[in-house]
Write a protein that binds this ligand. Structure first.
Ligand code: KG4
Ligand code: ZN
Length: 346
């Protein structure tokens, strides 16, 4: 079973070929450099860049899998793509590429949830989908656009327990990085800075929000902004005033501590209340070392993460979602039925 997959939800253009459980190729072009000068993703530029890079990314993914262009009928057994959630123009590029490939290969077309992709990315190990998830489990998806907590009962059987009411965890990292004068994407930069912090660490409030499993990170970001205004004066951002390195590192550590503690506590509380012993974490923010360490310290849970290479957006995870769906013979939310982008299950 060979699956060709496309991923274009945000600022990574990616194509991959999964052959049974073996990942033959996973070609990713990151648009980070393009968006960096705007401190965030510019949707129109992202769509154009997907369009421009897709032929090369696809060529490299097919080449890596020993598949020749033009695609011939039977060259692959299925074609998958991220049907959302994501930027509408960017999604369209992946979808059109997938439709064309499916037509040429005379293969079925399967649209999958990008967020499910982040969860199933945990199954890859050394280029093979060799570590199937054990269900049921609590799944935490933390990316630039989403913070979602699911009760995952099996492949395609996901119930949303909570999600962010405002900023996603990754978005909060990106915005705080911007306030501190660090480049986009902010997550890895904040993590690097936090590691340099020494001495007493300021305590930002933890947005636990009692009584709900939802998340909220915009208040935390505002706390950071007030703290900076207190140190540097109102209008500090406009006036180009930034903290000296040691203070900046301390703010990064304090902010990261607050996000990590909130994600770990809310996930563990939800898992405990449902009697779940397993937790799986995916998405760009799950590459954060402090978050991984804090989850690993949790007692009484078996915790899984994606390998770091598969935390951020990639088409390998999209191919794997399609494989799991084909294996279980379920297509409910594929292209054959109008996609419900906000519903994570099939
Ligand atoms: O999953 P992803 O690659 O794309 C989306 O689906 O959004 O996630 C990107 C997000 C960005 O906000 C980025 O700052 C964040 O993940 N991120 C991190 C780290 N690496 C990436 N956040 C915290 N720590 C990191 N090491
Ligand atoms: Zn993503």
């Amino acid at each position: 079973m060979k699956i060709l997959a496309f991923e274009t939800t945000c600022d990574e253009t990616s194509a991959a070929v999964l052959d049974g459980r073996v990942l033959r190729s996973n070609s990713v072009f990151s648009q980070i450099k393009l968006h960096r000068k705007y401190s965030g993703v510019v949707p129109e530029l992202a769509s154009r860049a997907h369009l421009e890079k897709m032929p090369f990314v696809l060529g490299s993914a097919l080449g890596g899998a020993g598949i020749k262009l033009p695609l011939k009928p039977g060259a692959v057994d299925a074609v998958a793509f991220s049907r959302g959630p994501g930027l509408p123009g960017a999604l369209m590029v992946g979808r059109v590429a997938a439709e064309a490939a499916a037509e040429l290969a005379a293969a079925p077309l399967i649209g999958v949830s990008h967020l499910e992709g982040h969860l199933l990315a945990c199954e890859f190990e050394n280029g093979r989908a060799s570590r199937p998830l054990d269900f049921p489990l609590a799944a935490l998806i933390v990316s630039g656009g989403h913070t979602e907590l699911w009760h995952a009962r099996g492949y395609g059987d996901y119930r949303v327990l909570g999600r962010t009411r405002d900023d996603a965890a990754g978005e909060a990292f990106d915005k705080v990085a911007k306030l501190l004068g660090l480049p986009y994407p902010g997550g890895p930069e904040v993590e690097k800075e936090a590691a340099k912090a020494r001495g007493k660490i300021h305590d930002f409030p933890r947005p636990f929000m009692a009584g709900t499993r939802d998340f909220s990170f915009s208040g935390l970001k505002t706390s950071v902004s007030y703290y900076l205004a207190g140190r540097l004066g109102q209008d500090f951002y406009k006036r180009g005033l930034r903290l000296p390195p040691a203070a900046r590192a301390m703010v990064c550590r304090a902010f990261q501590n607050a996000v990590v503690e909130t994600l770990v506590k809310k996930t563990a509380d939800a898992a405990r209340s449902l009697g779940l012993r397993r937790i799986a974490i995916g998405g760009g923010v799950s590459g954060n070392g402090a978050l991984r360490a804090a989850f690993s310290r949790l007692e009484g849970f078996e915790v899984r993460f994606s390998e770091k290479a598969y935390c951020s957006d990639n088409a390998a995870m999209i191919a794997l979602c399609a494989l799991r769906r084909l294996e279980t013979g379920r297509f409910r939310n594929s292209l054959r039925v109008a996609p419900e982008l906000s519903v994570p299950g099939w």
